[in-house]
Design a protein around this ligand. Structure first.
Ligand code: SF4
Length: 698
């Protein structure tokens, strides 16, 4: 039996794997994040190990357009030839990598190093840009440090009140719900969501409140709550004086957001806003604010999270022993992947690629001249938009991501991939993105590899190998070592995960995400290790802000935000996740029981809206946005606002909602706007000028 963690989300539920005739059998294991529980995605993860459609050898696209098996030697030769030719013809930045937040820390570290040293390119980013970058940016500028939850998740058990903004944990990470039990018992779970989601339902029967704003108005809601806190004398003035700066400037901007104005913008009654603000300020037990993708995946996502942190600071919550603000990381290693080199502007240890001291520290570990490390690259949306264009990447490796489904304006992404000179995709299956590849490479699955992951609370966890991968499947660490050698890259290249981790730890020493006191051996101890864990201290840091924040003066910043836009379109498409599926669905759409439960996409429409547009439950509807038009089956639901429709993003081809999502991004973080796309709605075949007119008038 092998103790490891789930391959999917950032809760990283603990599980025990036992080799079985068809892969492994999975059992939940007692652990602080999951208490032994798993969701249906975790329970069924083992079914993907022995699927007959799994890639087990490299596939190369021939002149006839068909993917056919080749040997690893042939794959390396053709790939290396393409990399060298691309660099010679177009320069080093014409080679690039798009990574994934499901990769282990070791793979993420080595992949980022490979781009900078072996390719000499700045062009690397990852799909975590789609899900964590606004919260990360806001946390860095307000608190000086980005660690998803700056406290162990078990601290929530003591909570009197939890304000959960834009996160449907009851579907996305069901074992997390146990941590909300204290707040629910105290009547203090406050959920902000345009849908009465499964999580919002947890507020029923006196367990709390559900605030149901228009999509895209979350920042206004938070400004309104902060206004009430100041106007009604609820702020923690001693805390503000001792631990923060910037109150006067923030106060001036908040004056404009009185509750009745916020009600007009958000649709949330002023009485509810006042009740929520006063509840947040009540004692005697802890209060927590938690944000998720629902409020972060917006063009004002960084400012919305900043507004949430401002509210938490006004209430004196961050850094308290039993209170705080945090963001619920989504992907399994969303935290670790950005800490160790997959982000365009970062080096290992959460170091800045633009900072001379950070560059010198990493260069010393890599054994290279600091000047040989390229500067900042492009954030994901821009990187994808410029593929195959002058100055853009022409030879791309996509590792552990499926942007043809998961990226905004997904149709344009597919077209961009086809402009490339050479596309390599590593995955378990021929994903929708792999269909565009010249070379498809098999990858090891979680039960077949050693490594580490960093969960939503900054806790570094061991992933352990329970079974051997199929013959022909090798780790990306092996691929990276082979390619680096063929390209005569400087530095040391190892395919041993423990050895790579040791180098990662050295490269992170003194950085914000300092792992230098950790090793695989140490992480095998039965105790938690939340970073930072500096070498020599023997300690970890479960609550990094109890004494001081991470800015040089130790104080948190209260920061005014850009005023949010007013109410958006009259009908807004918002996207999100379902209980049965994970991310782009490459894995979960191949699990029989999950697909049986959720075989296809639907668009949730309020019955009043459906009646207005002549739509019936189960019948197709057409949605049209600035990015395109698609048809999808209607699911009537009174749980959604009449001015909002919801479509999950796990499905592909005609059912891929991201074909309708435009590629607008937050100007600070580069995070796309996934949650508020103006759309027109019609019954299929009847998008008449009259209906268009209906869609654009109240
Ligand atoms: S909640 Fe997340 S980590 Fe836990 S079993 Fe489900 S998918 Fe896996």
């Amino acid at each position: 039996m092998t103790d490891t963690h789930c391959p999917y989300c950032a809760l990283q539920c603990a599980m025990t794997l036992t080799p079985a005739p068809a892969g492994v059998s999975v059992d939940g294991r007692d652990f602080p994040t999951n208490g032994g529980g798993l969701c249906r995605k975790g329970w069924t993860a083992g079914e993907l190990l022995d699927r007959t459609d799994r890639i087990t050898q490299p596939l190369f696209r021939g002149p006839d357009g068909e993917l056919r098996p080749v040997t690893w030697q042939q794959a390396y030769e053709r790939w290396t030839t393409a990399l060298i030719a691309t660099r010679a013809a177009h320069g080093p930045d014409a080679n690039g990598v798009f990574g994934g937040a499901s990769l282990t820390n070791e793979k993420a570290y080595q992949l980022g190093k490979f781009v900078r040293l072996a390719l000499g390119s700045s062009r690397v980013d990852y799909n975590g840009r789609f899900c964590m970058s606004s919260a990360a940016t806001a946390a860095n500028r307000s608190l000086g440090l980005d660690r998803g939850l700056p406290f162990p998740v078990t601290d929530l058990a003591d909570a009197h009140t939890v304000l959960l903004l834009g996160s449907n944990v009851a579907e996305t990470m069901p074992p997390f719900v146990r941590h909300l039990a204290g707040a629910r018992a105290a009547g203090g779970l406050i959920v902000v969501d345009p849908r009465r989601s499964a999580t919002a339902e947890l507020t029923a029967d006196g367990a709390g409140m559900h605030l149901q704003p228009r999509p895209g108005t979350d920042q206004a809601l938070l400004l309104g709550l902060a206004h009430i806190v100041l106007a009604d004398g609820l702020a923690d003035t001693a805390y503000l004086a001792e631990r923060t700066t910037g109150l006067a400037a923030l106060r001036r901007t908040l004056n404009a957001w009185w509750p009745e104005r916020v009600e007009q913008v958000t649709g949330v009654p002023a009485t509810q806003l006042r009740r929520a603000a006063h509840r947040l300020a009540e004692g005697p037990r802890g209060t927590y604010l938690l944000t998720g993708r629902g409020v972060e995946q917006h063009t004002d996502g960084t400012d919305t999270v900043t507004a949430a942190i401002n509210l938490a600071l006004l209430l004196g919550l961050p850094g308290g022993r039993r209170s705080g603000w945090g963001t619920l990381t989504g992907q399994g290693n969303g935290q670790g992947a950005r800490e160790h080199g997959l982000k365009a502007d970062q080096l290992p240890g959460y170091r800045s690629i633009a900072d001379p001291a950070d560059r010198a520290a990493v260069a010393a570990v890599w054994g290279v001249d600091p000047d040989s490390i390229p500067g900042p690259g492009l954030p994901a949306v821009q990187l994808l938009r410029e593929l195959g264009r002058p100055g853009g990447v022409r030879c791309l490796w996509i590792n552990g991501a499926n942007p043809v489904v998961s990226a905004p304006d997904a149709g344009a992404v597919a077209a961009a991939l086809d402009r490339l000179d050479f596309l390599v995709v590593s995955d378990f299956f021929v994903s929708e993105t792999a269909r565009h590849a010249d070379l498809v490479l098999p990858a090891t699955q979680w039960a077949e590899e050693e490594g580490t992951m960093t969960n939503l609370e900054g806790r570094v966890l061991r992933r352990r190998r329970a079974i051997d991968p199929p013959a022909g499947v090798v780790s990306e660490l092996t691929i990276l070592t082979e390619l680096a050698t063929r390209l005569a890259a400087p530095g040391h290249w190892s395919d041993d995960p423990a050895e790579v981790f040791d180098e990662l730890a050295r490269a992170s020493a003194g950085g914000r995400a300092d792992y230098s006191g950790l090793s695989h051996h140490r992480l095998d101890e039965p105790r938690p290790y939340h970073w930072p864990c500096p070498a020599g201290s023997g300690a970890d840091t479960p609550r990094p802000f109890t004494e001081r924040f991470a800015h040089p003066d130790g104080r948190a910043r209260l920061l005014p935000t850009r005023p949010p836009a007013g109410p958006g379109a009259l009908l807004t498409l918002t996207t999100g996740r379902l209980l049965e599926h994970y991310q782009s669905g490459t894995q979960t759409r191949r699990v029989a029981s999950l697909t049986a439960a959720r075989p296809y996409a639907t668009v949730q429409v309020h019955p009043d809206t459906a009646a207005r547009f002549g739509l019936a439950d189960g019948e197709p509807a057409r949605l049209t946005s600035a990015a395109g038009a698609s048809q999808v089956r209607v699911e009537l639901s009174a749980a959604i606002r009449p001015d909002t429709v919801f479509w999950s993003f796990h499905f592909a081809d005609e059912q891929a909602v991201n074909r309708l999502v435009t590629a607008q991004t937050d100007p600070v973080s580069g995070m796309p706007e996934f949650k508020a796309t103006p759309v027109l709605l019609s019954a299929v075949g009847s998008l008449t000028s009259k209906e268009n007119a209906c869609a654009s008038t109240p």
